[in-house]
Design a protein around this ligand. Structure first.
Ligand code: SAH
Ligand code: SF4
Length: 345
């Protein structure tokens, strides 16, 4: 459900115009799950809408809960039977984040990522993307969890800027004060470095947080780890685009760097990364998230704690702001990079 669809439904079913606000409040504020619970509609209209207008364009196929109850993963079935994954997690006590998908699979083929192994099956449309947020809001309301869904991250399956139109439309929906009403600063988009999207984000949603998946600071290594993304835009192009973004928005960029044992986690790699970052002006606006690798079907291995700490130390020594990111949801394959549904009918 989104504001466009509500407008279409009101027109198509001949409802009075003022109904749009009632319907929107019922779905986005009260999180009701069916038309029967929307106040003010006649029984006949409710019946017709229940039969013809599904509230969500996706249905729960499977739900997994981590043993610490701080991560839930849902497999959601789309209208054509394709399945995507969506994760709800609590990285900080009381602050829940939904990690949403924007494509079924991904074309970028990064070697460490389970989604990358699927290839791209199709783009999701804007309503399918924002419906994941509505699904999690309904989930929280139905379980009476008494928590707020504070943040939305586009870090599920897919490359957001390889599906720009629908992703930007979905951000418009999520930030629509009459609908989802989520503040831009509570939304983050992560990209493998597609520069057109970075530009468009600065123009259309300068307050939305940007994360860039870097993972290597030399083209030779990045070509290997992220073959499609880095061949499209090499590190020079990416640095230029980041520079323009910083100038336009004056907002922080989060640099994601997965530590892969023996591949990109040596002291020399840390130095290379620091040198690359330090060349960017306004480097005080850059923050590196060092990510612990979650095992997928690949030859990569997680760096040891010692190597991770030494890497962090080397960055800090060179004046780079960095932290090691916590991991949630590994026991249900709900952690970053573990999202994949191979058995797509
Ligand atoms: N396609 C976008 C967003 C989805 S991936 C992107 O690549 O940025 C979200 C984050 O998970 C990215 O930073 C990605 O690099 C990271 N990731 C992918 N595979 C991972 C793995 N196996 N372990 C840890 N993080 C992973
Ligand atoms: Fe796609 Fe991101 Fe996975 Fe790379 S890391 S394959 S861009 S989802």
């Amino acid at each position: 459900m989104n504001s466009q669809r509500i407008a279409d439904i009101v027109a198509k079913h001949g409802l009075e115009k003022f109904r749009a606000k009632q319907i929107s409040d019922a779905f986005f504020k009260k999180h009701v799950r069916s038309w029967s619970e929307v106040a003010g509609l006649s029984a006949a209209v409710k019946e017709k809408l229940n039969a013809e207008e599904p509230v969500l364009r996706l249905t729960e196929h499977k739900l997994l809960e981590s043993s610490d109850k701080r991560t839930y993963k849902a497999l959601l079935k789309l209208g054509d039977g394709r399945i995507v994954e969506s994760v709800l997690m609590e990285p900080l006590p009381g602050h829940w984040t939904a990690c949403i998908s924007c494509q079924v699979g991904c074309a970028m083929a990064c070697t460490f990522c389970a989604t990358g192994r699927m290839g791209l099956l199709r783009n999701m449309d804007s309503e399918e993307i924002s419906d994941q947020v509505l699904y999690w809001r309904q989930f929280i309301a139905a379980r009476k969890m008494d928590v707020q869904l504070s943040n939305i991250v586009y870090m599920g399956m897919g490359e957001p800027f390889h599906n720009r139109r629908h992703v930007f439309d979905s951000i418009d929906e999520l930030t629509n004060a009459e609908g989802f009403g989520i503040g831009s600063r509570h939304i983050s988009v992560s990209t493998s470095g597609l520069v057109k999207g970075i530009e468009e984000l600065a123009d259309r949603h300068p307050q939305v947080n940007l994360a860039i998946s870097l993972h290597a600071a030399s083209d030779e290594l990045r070509d290997r780890l992220m073959p499609v993304a880095n061949k499209a835009h090499n590190l020079d192009d990416l640095a230029e685009s980041m520079q323009a973004y910083l100038k336009k928005t004056n907002r922080k960029i989060f640099i994601e760097y997965i530590l892969l044992d023996g591949d990109n986690d040596s002291q020399a790699h840390a130095e290379q990364l620091a040198t690359w970052l330090n060349k960017i002006q306004a480097k005080h606006l850059l923050h590196v998230n060092l990510i612990v690798y979650n095992q997928t079907e690949s030859a990569h291995r997680e760096s040891s704690r010692e190597r991770a700490r030494a890497f962090l130390g080397a960055l800090e020594h060179r004046g780079v702001s960095a932290t090691i990111r916590k991991n949630l949801g590994r026991d249900i394959d709900g952690a970053c990079g573990q999202l994949a549904v191979m058995d797509q009918k």
